[in-house]
Design a binder for this molecule. Sequence first.
Ligand code: FMN
Length: 319
Amino acid sequence: MKSFEKLRDRLAIPLIAAPMFLVSNPKMAMAACREGILGTFPAHCTRTRDVFEDWLKEMEEGFKEDGASSYAPYGVNLVVHPTNQRCEGDLELCIKYKVPVILTSKGAPGDIFKQIHDYGGYILHDVASKRHAEKALEGGADGLIAVCGGAGGHTGTINPFSLVNEIRQLTDKPIVLAGGMTTGRDILAAQVMGADLVYMGTRFIATHEANVTDEYRQMLCDTNANDVFFTAALDGAPANWLKPSLLAAGIDLDELVRTPATEVMSADKVKGRYKNIYSAGHGVGNIHKVDSVAHVCQRLKSEYGEAISTLNGLQRLAS
Ligand SMILES: Cc1cc2nc3c(=O)[nH]c(=O)nc-3n(C[C@H](O)[C@H](O)[C@H](O)COP(=O)(O)O)c2cc1C
């Protein structure tokens, strides 16, 4: 995957189903790829390197299906921060299986980027500020994922317009916009404001394929942006959580507001804790039913098409 144009040509709409710790899996990723949407999962979702290899084999098998030449490519999220002791082994497997797109987060080491480029992998690195973006570009990332305020999981805090405009001053490379988007119209809006692709996470959690409990799915259908609680006190990184899940876990929200951020913790350390504490972005208020990944993708594609046709109607306003 040498160029953005090659990547974009293989997508039905400019969308990535974002990687989500303890939620994504090969079934979800494959279902998105079949619909022409880039499916992903984090390497650190798997308990061991061997399980990660099984997931990569499952993807490889999926891409042998009839009609697979029309599928979108897939991506793997690698945490390239020193707290991730599995990084080297997981990277070896990405090289072995030639994972087409690598979504790197936390740190932007040029030596790791070089190894990914050497086998032809395409690197999108996630950033939450202009400084992060500068470092990722110095490291040689092919594109940047702008994680803005209102995103699910570990979130940024900057307004999407502001962050995209700041990053655009640094580079013409592709920008993937993340945070709070749930519709095809949102995808077009992101393009209008200068992004090239969209990253949606929360939209894909209330699906049959997601590796989550029915309680989590239902909570997504029952909550809205007011139910999202922002804190860095749970694992050291600023993140958005569903209040009802924090309350059900016996967490006092008033105390949490006053609790300072902890040291950044690795995925291994927090796995147990996150079994019944659920994350979602501000877009949660637009999720009303549990569906299959295929149906969610089909809906997003048709909404995107409709949004383009209404945009044509707006053109006369510019004349
Ligand atoms: C439950 C959950 C887990 C997440 N885990 C990861 C992760 O392991 N790695 C990562 O790069 N991003 C992770 N994210 C962030 C998503 O990749 C993406 O940036 C975010 O979901 C986009 O915002 P949205 O949820 O509002 O669409 C997670 C998000 C959620 C909701």
